[in-house]
Ligand binder design. Sequence first.
Ligand code: GLC
Length: 479
Amino acid sequence: MSKTLKVLFLAAEAAPFVKIGGLADVAGALPRALRALSEEDAGGVNLDVRLALPLHMVIRTESATLRPVTSFTLPRAKSDMSVQVFETRSEDLPVYFVAGEPITTSGSVYSSNAALDGEKYTFFSVAALEMTKHLEWQPDIIHVNDWHTALAAYALQLKHWNGEMRETKSLLTVHNLPFLGPDLRGRLVSYGLTLAQTDLPEWARAMPLPLGLWSAGKTVAVSPTYANEMLTPSFGSGMENFLTIHQDSLMGIINGIDAESFDPATDEAISTNFTAETLKERAWNKAALQKLMGLDIDSSIPLFGFVSRMDTQKGVDLAIDTLAKLKDTPWQAVILGTGDPALEKRAKNLEKKMPDRVKVEIRYDGRLARKIYAGSDIFLMPSRYEPCGLSQMIAMRYGCIPIVRSTGGLKDTVKHAETGFLFEKETIAAFRKAINEALGIYANNEYWQSLQRNAMAQDFSWKNSAKKYAALYQSLLLP
Ligand code: GLC
């Protein structure tokens, strides 16, 4: 019998249960990809990875198949909290849902109220760790993600000091460093989490993500370039010195995409399926998208796609301002996304200014997103910073050539003039130059198709990343 390595994966969101951002894609896919590794690919062990999520209100109302597994009381100053744990399976992945008053009180997954979120995720992190004592399943590794669950690593460290759960190690994946979480001075103590003497900067000593960085056995950034960028003042969010001192426990592992679900050969959301060998068929998707959006149906006009959360991180403003300046050549653009109302409005204004060229849809729409990946020629992604980025990989898989800013995971996944285009400076001029270079090549059909074939041939499947995480788990458990 081979050895089983047990991993409890904690996240605020995971597809298909609840999805706000890229974290949900990762938390939905990586645990499954790890479970799917052969014993050989997992380094000679059998990986039993399980996922735990807060039982958010949206999940509560949608899922009827939750089975209660355990309940217990969590000591808290003033009033103890009762915790209920439910279980379900998502294909073969066991998923635990943790419920309790702080999760019910904050109706949404993330609220704009830092105190509500602070309470909710402190409760979740501590309760999820405590839950393992009540299951007949003791994890070897607690794998936490971003600030929301980082405190589980910290709580584990405090337990070690008390002589408990000594054999259990922790790993923190950072998907978005600037979200350090709220200052929880006061609140932590009420959950029995004393403030440890740490070498964190004074202002960060009661913040979830910094405490996670301090306590986790290893920290993983979602791309190698982002792991390096995190060490610099521009990207380090004030944590750069701390991270530099602890560089040895930091590494980058690029995310994958669900290559089965995002497959132009089988995707049923798009009008015509195609592969790199039947690239000609792709044109039907462009025509269908132009028709759907009310644009002129013309295969020769370059069509830009933009699918994103409307967030300054994503350079939405830069995309809009650059398109507004691009008047001298024909082009069309489809923009899809929701988020910051000011950015949504700017996008809508561009549509008003250029109604024949620009169509904007303000919503989250997975099916339309797929039609855009399959139908547009060029994918715009001028992110200011991008820890990994998933859309550029999905776009490439659909033969949609990305133009990206050279940062984080974008830099690690796109090869200039081979699978896409990169630009350095966060300026309209630099972005425009890259767009013009792309349009120059677009005019040469054969050359363009060779880019599309290169892009479609990239292997962005989860297996590669999962193997790296598996190796990391093993290294954490070495005596
Ligand atoms: C965050 C990052 C994004 C990354 C995703 C998944 O949303 O902003 O770059 O792809 O997490 O790790």
